[in-house]
Design a protein around this ligand. Structure first.
Ligand SMILES: N[C@@H](CCC(=O)N[C@@H](CS)C(=O)NCC(=O)O)C(=O)O
Length: 202
């Protein structure tokens, strides 16, 4: 398998999932401005949407969309616990929270990264995230991870999104449970491994 990624982008989530699953994989970075891969290939020939992540399977097939990609990775190693077994209620709960992170959190942060947005638009986008952090705090409650005691691919995704906070001046310390959760996930050896591989930490 080969993961197309951009350092620190949402593609870090499948990168973490691949490391946590202990799967054999390679990576290639993508310049999101020029849409060129590190190897000089037009990335739009790999993912016509031009966004990372994209996962190339060993049979050449390409899978895109982070929530689908991370579930595919988790299902290659069911014993990892990265996703509850397909068909169980818990699996739908995983999809429920992955969808929330994707539509409510990830895309909420996107407005903060958009350099063409004015300070007012960014302030409004940051304010719109605030009740989502409140909800996530309640959802997490006293649990270690989003679905309970076991780290799942939803945690990899939420970690990556929360990790953007410092870059866009969202002060997570207002939500101490989420800040603690972020630090807990950051300390996982496989999370560190993926971040080191992307040059995000030493
Ligand atoms: N719907 C896609 C969105 C992925 C996405 O937003 N990727 C960003 C990086 S975090 C990206 O590649 N942006 C550049 C672009 O879309 O041109 C998914 O969930 O995988």
């Amino acid at each position: 398998m080969k993961l197309y990624y951009s350092p620190g982008a949402c593609s870090l989530s499948p990168h973490i999932a691949l490391c946590e699953a202990g799967l054999t994989f390679t990576t290639e970075s993508v310049n999101l401005k020029t849409k060129q891969t590190a190897g000089g290939v037009d990335y739009k020939t790999i993912n016509s949407k031009g966004a990372v992540p994209a996962l190339q399977l060993d049979n050449g097939k390409i899978l895109t969309e982070g929530p689908a990609v991370v579930q595919y990775i988790a299902d290659q190693k069911p014993e990892s616990g990265l996703a509850p077994r397909f068909g169980t209620f818990e699996r739908y709960q995983l999809m429920e929270i992955l969808n929330y992170i994707s539509s409510e959190m990830h895309k909420g942060y996107s407005a903060l990264f958009n350099s063409s947005n004015s300070a007012e638009i960014k302030a409004a986008a940051a304010a719109a995230l605030s009740p989502k952090f409140d909800w996530l705090t309640r959802y997490l409650g006293a649990k270690t991870y989003l679905l309970g005691d076991t780290f799942t691919v939803a945690d990899a995704y939420l970690f990556v999104v929360l990790n953007w906070s410092a870059m866009v001046k969202v002060d997570l310390s207002k939500w101490p449970k989420l800040a603690e959760y972020h630090a807990r996930v950051a300390a996982r050896p496989k999370v560190q491994e993926a971040m080191k591989a992307e040059g995000l930490i030493k």
